[in-house]
Design a protein around this ligand. Structure first.
Ligand code: P1T
Length: 405
């Protein structure tokens, strides 16, 4: 019930730890209603409509073992829980767990496993995700196989008796490759293997992997969920109680939690996610269309284009295609000139904010990926990645036009 009175009458404690699990009501409304209201209660002390920033490291206890469900800021925080419930509801899951960054969220997934366990991951993933798997977890004895995630048979072939997790991004950063979520979901479910999906690029507004067989969804909330480039954070969502319990243990025991201010900023972002994503998508499509006919563009990667080899799959598992567009002129010097000439598109790491950004994956976000893997997937030194913001699309196209000459 989202009517104000019902919400304000929520008794204290506002969000006892057990309620990080979302309420049944949170899943019954449309996406935009959930974005604004799911998991949110008016503050019981004042009626404040927005969840306050509970900027505290600890909570006063009435007596030994007598408290309001909150003991210590790493373990519980009401602002964090409001964000966790909200994003869980948007992904159609029942448990949300917030982390200090997207990589901290991936780190928590990887800590579900032990030496000797094996993971199959798409090779086209954010460079930092690959670095975390290869440089931190592989030396601890976690087996890793990276595959081309466009073909489910590659995952199937790589699975061994020790495989515990299949992991992918879709669309991938920055190649915009898709993974057939239902096919991989069937594959992993039938073998009792966990399936984790990084949904950062699509966001739950356009794609909900849990409904297609994924067990865990990961977000860098730094990106579209926050949407304003003013915090760094990560999020995991699952509907599996056993997985949530273990991830909750890791969240507290390892302690990579986000601060309350960052949770507030992410939560403020999710409320406008549908509006922003509509605009990112509209601008992304227009810019991709414009690039299609540009004489300097040799390759273009955007799943909304009918020329994208996986466009048909995109239409079956995504309801929109978003604002990420990559293209290749085949000319490294030209790429550098374009990157440096763009004025509205700012040269920067990151993506998903209201402002348009441009990046050079080979030297920036994917510099940690070994060159042979980059070459294998077409991530060349002349590849340019656009994060199309919500500005007037005519201005963005004019900017690209003057930079591309
Ligand atoms: O930066 P952090 O919040 O830790 O998130 C890591 C991450 C995870 N998954 C995807 C798909 C990502 O794109 C990222 C971070 N990516 C960038 C910083 C970038 O510019 O691509």
């Amino acid at each position: 019930m989202f009517n104000g009175k019902a919400l304000i009458s929520m008794p204290f404690p506002l969000t006892p730890p057990a309620m990080t699990k979302i309420l049944p009501d949170d899943l019954t409304h449309g996406f935009a209603t959930r974005a604004v209201h799911a998991g949110q209660f008016a503050d019981p002390t004042s009626g404040a409509v927005m969840t306050p920033i509970y900027q505290t490291s600890t909570y006063c206890q009435d007596g030994l073992g007598k408290h309001k469900g909150y003991e210590y800021g790493r373990t519980q925080n009401p602002t964090r829980e409001a964000l966790e419930r909200n994003v869980a509801a948007l992904e159609g899951g029942t448990h949300g767990l917030a982390f200090g960054s997207g990589l901290a969220a991936l780190d928590a997934i990887l800590k579900l496993f032990k030496t000797g366990d094996h993971i199959v991951s798409g090779e086209s993933v954010y460079g930092g995700s690959m670095r975390l798997m290869k440089r931190i977890f592989e030396p601890y004895g976690l087996g890793l196989t990276f595959v081309d995630s466009r073909d489910v048979r590659n995952f199937e072939r790589a699975i061994t008796k020790q495989t515990r997790l299949v992991f992918c991004e879709t669309p991938t950063n920055p190649m915009m490759f898709l993974t057939d979520l239902r096919a991989v979901g069937d594959l992993t479910t039938s073998r009792g293997i966990l399936f984790g999906v990084d949904n950062t690029f699509a966001t739950p507004y356009f794609q909900r992997p849990l409904s297609m067989g994924a067990d865990i969804v990961l977000h860098s909330t730094t990106k579209y969920l926050n949407g304003h480039s003013d915090m760094v954070g990560g999020m995991l969502v699952t509907s599996r109680d056993d997985v949530a319990e273990r991830l909750g243990f890791i969240q507290n025991a390892s302690g990579a939690v986000p601060g309350p201010m960052d949770c507030f900023l992410a939560l403020r972002g999710t409320k406008t996610l549908p509006l922003r994503m509509q605009r990112h998508d509209a601008n992304g499509r227009r810019i991709a269309d414009w690039l299609t006919t540009h004489k300097r563009v040799k390759k273009l990667y955007y799943p909304g284009l009918t020329s994208h080899p996986q466009h048909e799959l995109a239409k079956t598992q995504m309801s929109g295609f978003g604002g990420m567009v990559s293209f290749d002129t085949g000319d490294v010097a030209l790429a550098q000139r374009i990157l440096e000439r763009l004025k509205i598109f700012q040269l920067a790491e990151s993506l998903g904010g209201v402002e348009s950004l441009v990046g050079h994956p080979a030297s920036m976000t994917h510099a940690a990926v070994p060159k042979e893997i980059r070459d294998d997937m077409g991530l060349t030194d002349s590849l340019i990645r656009l994060s199309c913001g919500i500005e007037d699309v005519e201005d963005l196209i004019e900017d690209l036009d003057q930079a591309m000459g």
